[in-house]
Design a protein around this ligand. Structure first.
Ligand SMILES: *Cc1c(COP(=O)(O)O)cnc(C)c1O
Length: 388
């Protein structure tokens, strides 16, 4: 009997260690890990540079408190701002903290300019922004909010792709629109660049803020540092988390100068957020994944992966409905519930994870080898071949 509460539906498998794209189970089997902690381990398991960063920093200093200067955090914030639209950063420990802090930054901005009633956040119905109270009511999902009332006020919703409803839901109290640039849990749904540009225009016209949640799709996962980059759109606020720590818990809110004016001493804080150990790891991840060559390689690997997955789709049009996503955030949509398929992949030593809309999510490390992609393609083909 387990003393862990039953909030997860865990697979009956555990692991002893990992190396790059591979995991080794306690019963001595080798798995190709294309979950990578749900897009968290950007550089795979036990990357030598991350191991040495942790080893070095852990001998010097772990935690001091934000009552003091933290040079490692200064450095990471500077790198993030140099690479992106942002002027300022607040560090957190997780994605939900980062999305909630984003809502706080948006509200605080309007408060600071004398418009405290502009405080409502418009989100996509059944999106995913994390599991804290505010974040579940931001998602508006029935499943996630059930039993957790009273409802946290201040969130409005529109249906994915319903532009009329989006426009109609904006009112004088709307502070911001918050969406995932690529909906991860919701089924790897990419918001097209033209949509992002129209969204920016709409926000400018209505004088509201644009928050793009890049907790899952950001930090090189899409093949660009941010998934919105190619659209040339500049959001006001961007929460990140998953990939930036390479497996170490880090969250962050990136923001422009305008909205940062609302943030004054005492307005927000976190005990653990931005500690020297986390920041050292973040710096090492950032140095590797923000490199142009690295990003180019992610794009090349992505092209190769999509090409081969589409070949499988053409061969098995009755099993696979769609291949979607961007970079190495990939979804295989089946006609049927994907659980059996995922189990069969696992039996053949390939780990994947589901998302909404019958999607099998494929999240390899960003430094995955072509040869490892080939192995996964073979396994996926094989499972299709015997799938009814
Ligand atoms: C995972 C995720 C979150 C929540 O992150 P946690 O670290 O689990 O709190 C928020 N937004 C998006 C888009 C995510 O994918």
């Amino acid at each position: 009997m387990s003393n862990l509460a039953k909030n997860y539906n865990r697979k009956k498998i555990s692991f002893k260690y990992g190396k790059g794209a591979y995991l080794f189970s306690t019963n001595k089997k080798k798995y190709l890990d294309f979950v990578q902690g749900i897009a968290v381990n950007s550089l795979g398991h036990a990357h030598p540079k991350l191991v040495s960063t942790i080893r070095n920093q852990s001998q010097k200093l772990w935690h001091v408190s934000n009552a003091f200067q933290i040079p490692e955090g200064e450095k990471l914030a500077q790198k993030l701002c140099k690479k992106t639209f942002a002027d300022y950063v607040i560090f957190q420990n997780s994605g939900a903290e980062a999305t909630e802090a984003s809502v706080k930054v948006a509200r605080r901005y309007f408060y600071s300019i004398g418009k405290p009633n502009k405080n409502r956040i418009l989100c996509i119905k059944n999106s995913f922004h994390g599991r804290t109270l505010a974040a579940i009511f931001a998602s508006g999902s029935k499943k996630m909010t059930e039993g957790f009332g009273p409802k946290i006020a201040g969130f409005d919703h529109f249906k994915f792709g319903d532009h009329e409803s989006l426009k109609n839901k904006i009112n004088k109290n709307t502070a911001a629109i918050m969406i995932e640039t690529i909906m991860g849990e919701g089924g790897i749904k990419v918001i097209p660049d033209w949509c992002l540009r129209e969204l920016r225009k709409l926000c400018d016209k209505k004088k509201i803020l644009l928050i793009l949640d890049e907790v899952q799709c950001g930090v090189a996962r899409s093949g660009d540092f941010f998934a919105f980059e190619k659209s040339k759109v500049k959001p006001d606020i961007v929460p990140i988390a998953k990939g930036i720590g390479g497996g170490f818990p880090i969250g962050a809110v990136l923001m422009n100068k305008k909205v940062a004016t609302g943030i004054i001493p005492g307005s927000h804080g976190s005990t653990f957020g931005g500690n020297p150990l986390a920041m050292s790891v973040g710096n090492t991840v950032m140095d590797i994944v923000s490199n142009k060559k690295f990003l180019k390689n992610v794009k090349n690997l992505s092209r190769y992966f999509f090409l081969n997955l589409n070949k499988i789709k053409h061969k098995y049009p009755n099993i696979i409905k769609d291949i979607r996503g961007k970079g190495l955030l990939i979804g295989i949509q089946l006609y049927k519930d994907p659980n059996i398929f995922i189990k069969k992949l696992m039996d053949k030593r390939l780990l994947t994870i589901r998302a909404a809309e019958n999607i099998i999510r494929i999240l390899p490390p960003l430094n995955v080898k072509k040869k490892e992609i080939d192995i996964s393609i073979k396994i996926i083909s094989k499972v299709c071949e015997n799938f009814k």
